[in-house]
Design a protein around this ligand. Structure first.
Ligand SMILES: Nc1ncnc2c1ncn2[C@@H]1O[C@H](COP(=O)(O)OP(=O)(O)OP(=O)(O)O)[C@@H](O)[C@H]1O
Ligand SMILES: [Mg+2]
Length: 256
């Protein structure tokens, strides 16, 4: 039997005095599309980084203390097979004068290092991936000249190029217009259908979560609720997560 893509057991992260994640226990089954919702500072990005092994000290922003366990396909995040996990980070800030082409960014997902020389085979693969997300025309455009939505597509292509079994997306629709957002979900759904991959996506778009996710994780340092969108997104659960329910969202339990 294959281990589930994600298993967290009593997982906590503390940055100094600040508890970013508090005893999170969670299991995500293969093929799920989990929308992660919660207020700013709720530990959402920290959770995805933990799945990448960043919270355990691989990168610079190592937290002060981590306890509990994180398993990705039954392994510690550091020992997951290369290419099994794809990631689109939240903040894609970079020096806009940096002379990179979209294609090179996509190829960097294949190599995990900067491709100073792109082989013909890599170029073909990257172009196919850009085409899949409707962005082939961006291949030879300078990254610094792309719009926010165009940039998101390039990063999505980068995250998909190794055909990950687990795709982690941190607010991928931020800065994307309505058509671009609909496209994003279409690409994700197609990818999931074809590959059977599991998707975990942080979003602030509650409507989109209700429509596209198979499960919703409501989190505010600790897990508030985790289950079917219609069950989780009840006013009471949202009030617990956010402290209040914004009237503008018009959220009513079961509304689709
Ligand atoms: N490397 C770090 N060092 C110190 N504190 C950190 C670090 N990374 C995150 N934090 C803190 O942990 C808390 C959770 O951060 P996180 O980025 O996970 O929140 P988030 O839910 O993704 O929020 P947002 O919706 O604003 O993106 C925040 O208060 C943040 O300041
Ligand atoms: Mg975040």
């Amino acid at each position: 039997m294959t281990a589930p893509p994600v298993q967290l057991d009593n997982f906590s992260v503390r940055f100094g005095e600040f508890q970013a994640l508090d005893r999170v226990t969670l299991e995500v089954p293969q093929g799920a599309f989990v929308a992660i919702l919660g207020p700013n500072g709720a530990g959402k990005s920290t959770l995805l980084k933990a799945l990448l092994g960043i919270a355990s000290g691989i990168l610079r922003d190592a937290p002060t203390s981590v306890s509990g366990s994180v398993k990705v396909f039954g392994n510690t995040p550091q020992n997951v097979k290369a290419g099994w996990v794809g990631y689109v980070p939240q903040v894609k800030s970079f020096d806009r004068s940096f002379p990179a082409l979209s294609l090179e960014v996509v190829v960097s997902g294949l190599r995990r290092s900067w491709p100073f020389i792109v082989t013909l085979q890599e170029r073909k693969k990257a172009e196919a991936m850009l085409e899949q997300v409707g962005a082939l025309q961006l291949a030879n455009r300078r990254l610094g000249r792309l719009s926010g939505g165009e940039l998101q597509r390039v990063y999505l292509a980068r995250s998909l190029i190794r055909e990950p079994k687990l795709l982690l997306l941190d607010e991928p629709a931020t800065g994307v217009d309505a058509v671009g957002e609909a496209d994003l979900y279409r690409h994700l759904e197609t990818y999931q259908r074809q590959s059977g991959a599991t998707v975990m996506m942080i979003t602030h778009d509650w409507e989109a979560a209700q429509h596209h996710a198979s499960a919703v994780l409501l989190i505010n340092r600790r897990v508030i609720e985790y289950g079917l969108p219609a069950d989780v997104m009840c006013p009471n659960c949202l009030a617990q997560a956010f402290g209040h329910v914004g009237h503008s969202h018009g959220l009513v339990s079961g509304r689709r």
